[in-house]
Design a protein around this ligand. Structure first.
Ligand SMILES: Cc1cc2nc3c(=O)[nH]c(=O)nc-3n(C[C@H](O)[C@H](O)[C@H](O)COP(=O)(O)OP(=O)(O)OC[C@H]3O[C@@H](n4cnc5c(N)ncnc54)[C@H](O)[C@@H]3O)c2cc1C
Ligand code: FES
Length: 328
């Protein structure tokens, strides 16, 4: 039976019952994937005609999503259909794996942020902006975003301690250099789109700076000429960190404009105060043709997504990692 793949306008022959991601891989269609288990969300695509089954094994069910989006790795083909894959020329493939790493250093850039430097036992491939699951003990595991590039010798993470937080509390109080950590991934689809040549808007809230730094470092390493606007929102002046790294990036990438926005307690004479979304609203008229990268707390990411859509950014050009709490 026929599977039509858009926007490539390519028809491939598939067997009923085939897994969609496997069918695309066999036909060498460029499609991003990582976990192959429905967790990372990176293989999402749209079914625009025909029917498929979502889920595996007993949980299979007919497609009923409002926007017809499915995870290719969790989709079974049952009849002829048409799918639309995202940005075929920006597909990234870093099969997820679990590797061991050792804590090399723990720094404290602010009163509640720890900067972890880990040495992986084997190199790990990822795209700038992705994250991994860090497992400290059998019970303590959470997703955290890399702040650097996969070519770095050490992997860098920024972890903010949340009140009563089990894993962030463990990292702040008990983790020490020499300890082992298991790392699974990479995960996440909010990675740097290297082929885009237009302007980029990057919005980081708190430790959302980690994946945004990775994206900026990736853009600088690739000598991407794009104008980039970075808005870094913090709750109060004592939460500002990373300025020397950002200033270094500005020297490497002169078209990077940096805006630090302080939520409360800032000095209006020397600091930009208020909500990061209000600053963007004020500064930028239109985001048509822009790529938008949003990382940090879920309310900030949600507000910034709505704003970016209202200012004309296309939905498929807004990528985000909201730091949702797990296991609640
Ligand atoms: C894709 C992804 C990437 C992430 N990357 C990072 C990162 O790079 N750096 C980073 O610091 N965090 C990141 N996080 C958040 C991180 O995974 C944990 O959720 C966070 O460290 C809290 O875990 P915990 O075990 O300490 O808190 P828990 O024990 O899980 O929660 C304790 C209490 O704190 C609340 N809580 C949990 N998280 C937050 C929060 N962020 N703000 C306010 N209250 C909270 C919970 O609702 C609960 O009441 C990411 C999350 C996701 C989903
Ligand atoms: S590869 Fe499909 S969700 Fe991760």
């Amino acid at each position: 039976m026929d599977l039509l793949v858009q926007p490539l306008n390519r028809t491939i022959q598939v067997q009923p019952g085939a897994n969609l991601l496997q069918a695309l891989q066999q036909a060498r269609v460029p499609m991003s994937y990582s976990c192959m288990a429905g967790r990372c969300g990176i293989c999402r695509c749209r079914v625009t005609a025909g029917e498929v089954l979502e889920g595996t094994g007993e949980q299979r069910r007919p497609l009923d999503g409002a926007d017809n989006s499915v995870l290719a790795c969790q989709t079974t083909l049952t009849g002829p259909c048409t799918i639309e894959i995202p940005e075929p020329d920006e597909a990234v493939v870093h099969p997820a794996r679990t590797i061991k790493a050792t804590v090399v250093a723990i720094e404290h850039p602010t009163h509640d942020i720890q900067r972890l430097l880990l040495r992986p036992a084997k190199p790990i491939e990822f795209s700038p902006g992705q994250y991994v699951q860090l497992q400290f003990t059998p019970e303590l595991a959470r997703p955290y975003s890399m702040a650097g590039l996969c070519s770095d010798a050490l992997l860098e993470f920024h972890v903010r301690r949340v009140p009563e937080g089990r894993v962030s509390g463990y990292i702040a109080q008990q983790l020490k250099p020499g300890d082992g950590v298991k790392l699974s991934g990479p995960l996440g689809s909010a990675y740097l789109r290297r082929k885009h040549e237009g302007p980029m808007l990057c919005v980081a809230g708190g430790t959302g700076l980690a994946p945004i730094l990775s994206i900026l470092r990736g853009a600088a390493a690739q000598h991407m000429p794009n104008p980039i606007r970075l808005y870094f929102g913090v709750r109060s002046p004592r939460d500002i960190y990373g300025l020397p790294w950002l200033q270094q990036l500005q020297r490497e990438h002169p078209s990077l404009a940096l805006h630090v926005v302080v939520g409360s307690g800032g000095d209006p004479a020397t600091q930009r105060c208020g909500l990061v979304t209000d600053a963007i609203e004020h500064d930028l008229d239109s985001l048509q043709g822009w790529r938008v990268y949003l990382c940090g707390s879920p309310p900030m990411v949600e507000a910034a997504t709505l704003l970016a859509r209202r200012k004309g950014a296309a939905a498929e050009h807004i990528v985000a990692d909201a730091f949702y709490a797990q296991g609640h």
